[in-house]
Structures are given as structure tokens and as C-alpha cells.
Design a protein around this ligand. Structure first.
Ligand SMILES: Nc1ncnc2c1ncn2[C@@H]1O[C@H](COP(=O)(O)OP(=O)(O)OP(=O)(O)O)[C@@H](O)[C@H]1O
Ligand SMILES: Nc1ncnc2c1ncn2[C@@H]1O[C@H](COP(=O)(O)OP(=O)(O)OP(=O)(O)O)[C@@H](O)[C@H]1O
Ligand SMILES: [Mg+2]
Ligand SMILES: [Mg+2]
Lengths: 255, 255
């Protein structure tokens, strides 16, 4: 079972878009996939066509110990794709858990109660390095970092890498960065080529060969509650996420 | 003196770009302007060509009471434009201030020690609704909300408006939303027109007539440490921020 946390505290770097579209493509290949929405904004939940206010059981009830995870799982329109949904109350879990012993490991322990087998668990993280993100880093084994090809994107990376390092040393020795993904890439813009070059220099072979191109269909798909594969199957966005998922699958042999 | 907080907890909505470019245009009209970088990412500081690590005195020292604000002010390449710079240590001010009595009013009190007169004070806020943003909402009288013309941009607004309302009721009766700005707008994309229409329906006459168009020069300017007026004076970005600033100046008679 692969367990991947999609993280970048910089807002708008393409985390939710990556989680939803990679999840759907993986499910289309017949793999069993669980997506976990750990963002109180609930964007993965919305992107998959669910309404957070109408969600009863969510990641919030699971993290504060009110409900075993199995009972909070929701099915999606995609066969083989399940979701642990989110809602705005999840923001208060960060405060409620502050005094809990081993507060970073609450999600890891909750996942032990899963009753069904998944080939992939993928977590969408909020744009911060708080307790919710630390729970993802403790529960998962792999980190996928989406980076928008814009100037400020490189600024925040040091803090992200420091946080991952501390978690590796103190809490989760198995954790490793297995992929860095360039998103919203436009070949015609100097700034995009600049940033992509710097990311490649820094992360070397961890950078996916696939770059997700800037594509308006990817920005439209969430408002229709659909993944790009369904919303615009022949778009660049759909091509790129299928290509990326093939790279992720090829990693199965050696991660 | 106008005091404006530029706020939106959604990352990448155009806060820093708006603060820097509006500040520079205002200074060009002969007004005395103070920009305050309240984001530990220090993007306004970087965008104005300063290096945070080499900054000794910053917003951090001012907020934790180590230094009067006057001594932390930095000059910029622009005559009449001053900056209270930021650095990564500012992130720990949020933690250090948690037990301070009246912790939301620390910036408001620090500003009382300003020794010079400014026509405008504009604060760049971090992408969150934590203590730093609350300090901006307590110290300022006006709120300018940049909204990126993308689907998820509307999702987070409720929480932002709730936070502004609580501050108005409990701490700062004078606070008012005086402008909502559509950023990264592309007339050719349905999603942009949709979002702009919804924002107009919701905020009515608070929405600036000027929309900041998607313009790659605005994305490049920060990497050169320059405002758009200097980096690409005849670009759409430069035109739009000049037009926006004219609207902001016209508000002077009635805010
Ligand atoms: N390749 C792309 N081309 C065009 N638009 C994109 C692309 N990828 C994502 N978007 C859009 O950009 C916005 C930000 O993307 P997304 O929500 O995936 O980022 P995020 O990192 O999850 O944001 P947050 O930090 O707020 O959770 C969304 O409106 C999304 O639809
Ligand atoms: N109109 C525009 N057209 C193209 N790019 C833009 C535009 N406005 C801002 N940008 C770019 O988009 C990115 C996000 O903008 P900016 O940094 O101003 O947002 P922010 O709200 O301050 O982000 P954060 O929440 O991280 O502080 C930056 O790389 C910026 O250069
Ligand atoms: Mg997201
Ligand atoms: Mg900013």
C-alpha cells in the first residue's frame, strides 16, 4: 500500500487538483484508492462533487475520536475511489488536539482501524505546516510536493523541507520525498522556465518529468464537481495528469 | 491618514502584488506611504528588493516590544515610500504573543510611536486569519480584499467576512471594507467572468471597477525586486495598478 501526503504550505500550488485527478486516474486503472481531505477548506470534498455542510461524518469526527474511520468513508462517483471528507469544523481539531499526547500521530492511529484494503492512500493537506499537516507527515510514507512555477514558490520551500526533516528524525523514519511536481507551467513564460530550472537543480531526480501545464479546464473542473478526466477528457490537463499518474505507477517497483 | 489592510487568507490571491504596486504608484503622486510587511514569508520585503536575512530591525522586533517602530523603518528605492520589513522570525511572534493581554492591539499601539506623518499606511497580511492578521484588522481602518478570479476563491470568503465582523464588533468599530479587487482576470476564460459576476453580486459597489488582468510581467517583477511601474511601465499590469490607484485616491473624499 502506498501512502502519499501532498503538501505545500504555499496556497494555490495545485495540491487539491493533484490529489483529485491523480486519485481518479489511479482508480480508472483498477486500483483501490482512498483520498483523505485534511483541509478545513474541504476543497477535495467539493471538487469531488460533495457539499461539506451536508457531510455528517468527516475527518473531524475521526481525528477527535468520535468515530472510527471506516464509518466516515464516503463513496464517490468513481468506482474504487473512496473519500474521507472534510468540513470547516476540522479547523477546530487543530486547537482541540493541542493538549493530546502524541498529537501528531492521531491520524496514523485512526488508519489502523481501516477495514478494507487500499492500494493508495493520498492526503490533501491545508496550506500551512500546522498540526493537520504534521498528522499527514506522520501517517504517510511518501511526500509529493506540487510547486507552482512562479517566483515566490521557491521562497517557502526551506521551511517545508525543515519540517519534513524534523518529522523524519523524531516521529516517522520511513518518510521520504518521492516526487516534486511543477504545476501551472507555461512554456512561453520566462518565469516558468526559470523556476522549473531552479527546482530541477535543487531536487534533481525527484522532480517528475511530467509538468502540469497551465490549462483553464483544470480551473473550471472543480466548479462542476468533476475530475479533469470526466470534465475535459482531451484537454492538456487530462493528458498531463494521466502522464503523471503513469510516472507514479512506475515508481511502485522501487519506493 | 488612510490605513488599509490588504487581506485574504487564500494563498496567492494577489495581496503582495497589490500592496507593492499600489504603494509605489501612490508614492509617485507625491504621497507619503508606509508599507508594513506582516507576512513571515516577507514577500513585500523581497518584492521591494530587500533581502530578509540581512534585515536587522523588522516587524518582529516591533511586535515583541524590542524596538520602537520608528527605528525599524527602512527606506526603499522609491522616494516617499517607507517599509516596515519582515523576516521569517515573525512567525514566532504569533506564538510569543498568545499570552499577551490585548494581543490583537500590539501593532495599533506600536504605530502610536511613529515620528513622521504618512498619507497612507498599507499592510500586507499573511495567508491566514491568525494573530498577525488580527493585528492588522485592529490597527487599520479600511480593508481591501483581493480575490483571484478562480472557483475556490469564493469558498473562503465567508470565514474572512466573519472574522472582519467580530473585529468590528469587539475591537475596532471604525473598521470597514472599502474595496474588493478582482485579480488575475482573463476576459477570455468563463471561470473568470463567472467569479467576477458572483463577486459583484455579493459586494455590489464595494468592488473596484478596475480589474487586474492576468499579466506575466506582474509575475516576473518580484524576481527583479521591482514594482511593475519600473519593471514594465507600458504593460497591462502597470496600466491596471495605475487605474486602481486613481480609484483609491478618488475614495479619499468619502472614506
Ligand atoms: N494546471 C493548472 N492550470 C490552471 N489552473 C489550475 C491548474 N492547477 C490548479 N489550477 C487552479 O488553480 C487554483 C489553485 O489550485 P489548487 O486548489 O489545486 O491548489 P491548492 O494548493 O490545493 O490550494 P490551497 O493551498 O488553497 O489548498 C484552483 O482554482 C485550480 O482550479
Ligand atoms: N495579475 C497578475 N497576473 C499574473 N501574475 C500575477 C498577478 N498578480 C499576482 N501575480 C503573481 O501570482 C503570484 C501570487 O501573487 P501574490 O504573491 O501577490 O499573492 P499573495 O496573496 O500575496 O500570496 P500569499 O498568500 O502567498 O502571500 C505571484 O507570483 C505574483 O507575482
Ligand atoms: Mg487545496
Ligand atoms: Mg503575499
Amino acid at each position: 500500500m502506498r501512502k502519499i501526503a501532498v503538501i505545500n504550505q504555499k496556497g494555490g500550488s495545485g495540491k487539491t487538483t493533484t490529489v483529485v485527478n491523480t486519485g481518479v486516474v489511479l482508480a480508472r486503472t483498477g486500483r483501490k484508492v482512498l483520498l483523505i481531505d485534511l483541509d478545513p477548506q474541504a476543497h477535495t470534498t467539493i471538487h469531488l462533487g460533495l457539499e461539506p455542510p451536508s457531510v455528517n461524518n468527516s475527518a473531524y469526527e475521526v481525528l477527535v475520536g468520535k468515530l472510527p474511520i471506516q464509518q466516515a468513508l464516503a463513496t464517490t462517483q468513481e468506482k474504487g475511489l473512496f473519500l474521507l471528507p472534510s468540513k470547516i469544523e476540522l479547523a477546530s481539531a487543530e486547537i482541540e488536539l493541542v493538549t493530546t499526547v502524541g498529537r501528531e500521530a492521531v491520524l496514523r492511529d485512526a488508519l489502523k482501524n481501516l477495514r478494507q484494503h487500499f492500494d493508495y492512500i493520498i492526503v490533501d493537506c491545508p496550506p500551512s505546516l500546522g498540526l493537520l499537516t504534521l498528522n499527514a507527515l506522520t501517517a504517510m510514507r511518501e511526500v509529493l510536493i506540487p510547486i507552482q512555477a512562479e517566483f515566490f514558490a521557491l521562497e517557502g520551500l526551506t521551511k517545508l523541507l525543515q519540517t519534513i526533516e524534523i518529522v523524519q528524525q523524531r516521529i516517522n523514519r520511513d518518510l521520504a520525498i518521492t516526487g516534486v511536481l511543477i504545476t501551472m507551467y507555461d512554456e512561453r513564460k520566462n518565469i516558468c522556465r526559470d523556476v522549473a530550472r531552479k527546482v530541477k537543480e535543487h531536487f534533481k531526480d525527484k522532480v517528475f518529468r511530467t509538468r502540469i501545464r497551465e490549462n483553464v479546464r483544470l480551473a473550471e473542473a472543480p466548479s462542476f464537481g468533476k475530475a479533469i478526466l470526466d470534465f475535459a477528457p482531451s484537454s492538456h490537463g487530462s493528458e498531463d495528469y494521466q502522464k503523471l499518474t503513469r510516472e507514479i505507477i512506475r515508481q511502485e517497483e522501487h519506493v
